[in-house]
Every structure is written in C-alpha cells, then in structure tokens.
Design a protein around this ligand. Structure first.
Ligand SMILES: O=C(O)[C@H]1O[C@H](OP(=O)(O)OP(=O)(O)OC[C@H]2O[C@@H](n3ccc(=O)[nH]c3=O)[C@H](O)[C@@H]2O)[C@H](O)[C@@H](O)[C@@H]1O
Length: 459
C-alpha cells in the first residue's frame, strides 16, 4: 500500500534539458502497442466505472436544451462517493457522474462525440449535458482564457453545468477543441480562437485568466512567447476587466515560490526564483502577472483574485504534456522505462483537477483579494510517485487480464532549476474559502489511469 512520506534531505541538481526533450519523443500516442479490442464492449471494458461507488440521484432544476442521450447520466447532487467511501462534494451542485461523462468514452456526451470525431453530430440533433437553469440575476457571462486547455476545459464544464453563459478563448497552442466539443452549439457556449497577447473586447461579468502553457517542456520551448503571454496576455485581460468592470481571477502558480527555502509554502513567502534560468520565462512571467494584477487593483480599482495553483493532474492532460503525471502513466501503460530526472528525491504535492475547479470557483465567488494557494498538501518524492503509478497501472491492467510489461525506473540527468520540494500550506484556503481538497492523489490517479488506458486503446 502506498502512503505519502516526507523525504529526507534533497540536493541541488545539475543542468540538462535533454531529459525533457527525450520524453516528448517517447510519449508518442501513435506508437502505442494498442491491443485494441474492436467489439462494441470495448469502451465498457476500458473505462471501468465499477470501481467507483456512486449513485445517480435525480435532480430538479436542470434545463433541457437537449435530448437526453440514452444511458446518459442524470444531473445529481453535490455529494458523491468514490470507492473508498469518501464523499466528493462538487461545487455548484453538479454531479460527479455528469462531469465524468464529459471525458469518459461512450458513457456520455464527450465520449459519444469523441468516438465519432469525423462527424460532429452522429446520431441526429445535438444532445447536451444537463445544464442548470438560472434566473437572469444569477446567470453570469463568464470568460475563460485558455478554456480549451486541460484545466480550462474542466472549468468551462463546471460553469456550463452550473448554468452560466461561458465564452472560451484559446489559441490552441496546448489546448484542443475536442476538450469542449460536447458544448459546441449549446446556446450558453461560445468558443473563440484568440491569442491573449492581442487585445479582445467582450462584455463579460467575470474573467478566469488561465491562458498560458504550464508544462515546463511547453513553456520552455518558446520562452519569449511565454513571457509575452505572462505580461501582455494578463495586461490585455486586466484591461478588459477594467473596461467592462468584470471581476478578474488570475491563475498564478506555485512556481512563483521558485525552488523554495520555506516548506511548506505559505502565501506570505516571497519566493526563491532564478530570474535568468530556463524556468524564468514562466516563473517571472507569472510573477509579473501578479504584479500587474495588484497594480490594476490599486490604480484602477479592478476587482481581482489570485490563485496560486500547485501541481494538478487529471483526465484530458495531453498525451504529450511532458509533466510527470502524464509521462509516468503513459510510460507505465506502454511498459517503457519510467524516466526520473535526477535522483527521485525531489517532492511534489498533487491535486486532482476537480478539487482545483472547486477552489477556483470558490475564490472567484469570495470577497478575498490576496493570493490563495490551491493544492493538495499530500507530498510524495518523485520516486514514490513513480512506484505508485506503476502499481496502479498494473492493477488496472490486471482487472482486464491485460498482462503488459511492468516498467522499471531509469534515472536521467536532472533538469535545470528543478524545485526540490513543493508542498502548499492551504491554511488560508481553508479559512477564507472553506476549501480543502476532497480527493486523495491515489483516487484521482485511478481515474486518470483509466482515462489514459482508454485513450491508448481508442486510437
Ligand atoms: O503540474 C503542474 O501543475 C506544474 O507543473 C510544472 O511544474 P513541475 O512541478 O516542474 O512539473 P513536472 O514537469 O510535472 O515535474 C515534477 C517533477 O517530476 C520530475 N519529472 C518530470 C517528468 C518526468 O518524466 N520525470 C520526472 O522525474 C521533474 O523533474 C520534477 O521534479 C509547472 O511549471 C507548473 O506551473 C505547474 O503548476
């Protein structure tokens, strides 16, 4: 059984980018040794929801702009259970099953469309997930920059299910239209191809500003663009917020703490960032984004919120994302070596994406304007994490009689300026938002492994 353990000492590591580049080459979905079952039972077999104990209670107050798909989950309550019996409340009274149906294959809307991706509306008119009906005073028009990305698309899903009007903008550098395909055509939803480094004018009530590549592999591939996104992207979104008097939420990052000398990291910590290193484009980009945000608040009275997001994972992470969770899961599924950069003693604390979405919405709805850490304080060394993922992948495969090769760990040179310890102090989030993570990392990982397993066999 895997349990989180605090590491002993950590040591600074040497400089190499080659490890990150290497993983991009190896994590190639098209090379997957797909033992593709071809029968109709394929998707049931691959996306086994039976390990999650959940009910599908009926819920009143959902609007029916849709025909409900056969077998599609009903909107449910705000409290569901996972296999360990832990309640998993979801903000906005949205059912976990409904949310799952948006990224699972053929269990609902997302899968239905995804599995027939050559045809937008395979079986007739569009069928939409069950969206709540809000009265005009409650219903907000909300802009999500980076809305087609991993976190952005989960946030859009939740806001849509809650009944709001949502405009997603994205330049598709790391995001994908397929993450939101289940909303195309819905009257509450708009999708715009737009890069935030250019200004845009929209009438909105709230702005969630997420747009920025977050994986080190991606943000270091074009560092000048990353800095432009950090500064001009935030500048444009803040200018818009000022002009239309929208509330503005910046998704900042744990990276503003750099390679921290304080542990765990509180919001009051000023950080330890190398301003000339390879991560500076992201770290300093986010730091200047925070500085801009509070400057607009002071100078122009813009109503701002700042979330500092710690490592987050979940379904819809890109197969080629390059961050540790997707890399290790893909490697374990393929039976490839698990690539640990450095000696495996660096630590991270991983939160499941649904917890993050809860926290972002709670923060936006709160009156609190100082930065708030959003993360799960469960801390693992990267080696522990690798072992945990290999074990979970093997368990998942064993359930289907799939006896693929078990991966072994290989150690590659450490990447430059890699933070050696990271763990959020979430006291402030508890106090000001009443927010705390609901998902143990292992529960979120089970779902994420199931998602990647299915993706691997679908293509
Ligand atoms: O996951 C996130 O949300 C965070 O990801 C990155 O931060 P980082 O913690 O460096 O993310 P990873 O690339 O996932 O690395 C985590 C640790 O795993 C290691 N790693 C990563 C990938 C891999 O294949 N092997 C491996 O050992 C890294 O060297 C690092 O020590 C981003 O810079 C953050 O903005 C973002 O919040």
């Amino acid at each position: 059984m895997i349990s989180p353990r605090r590491p002993s000492g950590v040591s600074p590591t040497s400089n190499s980018m080659s490890a990150a580049q290497q993983i991009l080459g190896s994590a190639n979905m098209s090379e997957s040794p797909a033992q593709s079952p071809t029968s109709g039972e394929r998707n049931d077999r691959l996306w086994d929801m039976s390990s999650f104990r959940h009910s599908l209670p009926e819920e009143g107050g959902t609007s029916s702009t849709s025909n409900t798909a056969a077998g599609a989950p009903a909107a449910g309550t705000s409290s569901e259970e996972a296999d360990d019996g832990t309640p998993k409340p979801m903000r906005g009274g949205v059912s976990l099953d409904t949310v799952r149906s948006l990224y699972g294959p053929n269990t609902g809307f997302g899968g239905l469309r995804r599995s027939n991706s050559s045809v937008i509306y395979p079986g007739g008119p569009p069928e939409f997930p069950p969206v709540k009906k809000l009265n005009p005073l409650q219903k907000k028009r909300i802009l999500v920059s980076g809305g087609a990305g991993f976190v952005g698309s989960h946030l859009v899903d939740r806001l849509m299910l809650m009944g709001h009007d949502v405009i997603a903008i994205d330049n598709y550098f790391t995001g994908s239209k397929m993450n939101l395909a289940h909303w195309f055509g819905h009257p509450n939803f708009e999708m715009i191809r737009h890069d935030v480094v250019d200004p845009i004018m929209l009438e909105v009530d709230q702005i969630y500003h997420l747009a920025c590549p977050a994986s080190p592999v991606h943000y270091q591939s074009n560092p000048v663009k990353t800095l432009k996104t950090g500064f001009f992207g935030t500048y444009n979104m803040l200018g818009l917020a000022k002009r239309v008097k929208a509330r503005f939420l910046l998704t900042s990052t744990s990276e503003v703490y750099g390679d921290p000398e304080e542990h765990p990291q509180k919001e009051t910590y000023w950080g330890h960032v190398n301003c000339i290193g390879p991560r500076a484009c992201y770290d300093e980009g986010k730091r200047v984004a925070e500085a801009l945000t509070y400057s607009y608040a002071r100078q122009d009275g813009v109503d701002v919120r700042v979330a500092r997001i710690f490592n987050t994972f979940g379904p819809r992470m890109n197969w080629h994302d390059g961050r540790v969770v997707s890399n290790f899961i893909v490697q374990a599924l393929k039976g490839d070596d698990i690539t640990i950069y450095g000696d495996g003693s660096a630590t991270r604390s991983f939160q499941y994406v649904h917890d993050l979405v809860d926290g972002l919405i709670a923060l936006m709805e709160s009156d609190y304007t100082d930065p708030v850490n959003l993360g799960n304080p469960e801390e693992y060394t990267i080696k522990q994490f690798a072992d945990m993922i290999v074990e979970l992948v093997n368990e998942h495969r064993a359930r289907y009689g799939d006896d693929g090769k078990t991966s072994t760990v290989t150690y590659l040179p450490a990447v430059a300026d890699d933070p050696q310890r990271r763990k959020p102090d979430t006291t402030r989030a508890k106090e000001v938002l009443g927010w705390a993570p609901q998902w143990a990392a292992v529960d979120g990982l089970k779902e994420t492994v199931a998602y990647f397993y299915q993706m691997m066999h679908q293509h």
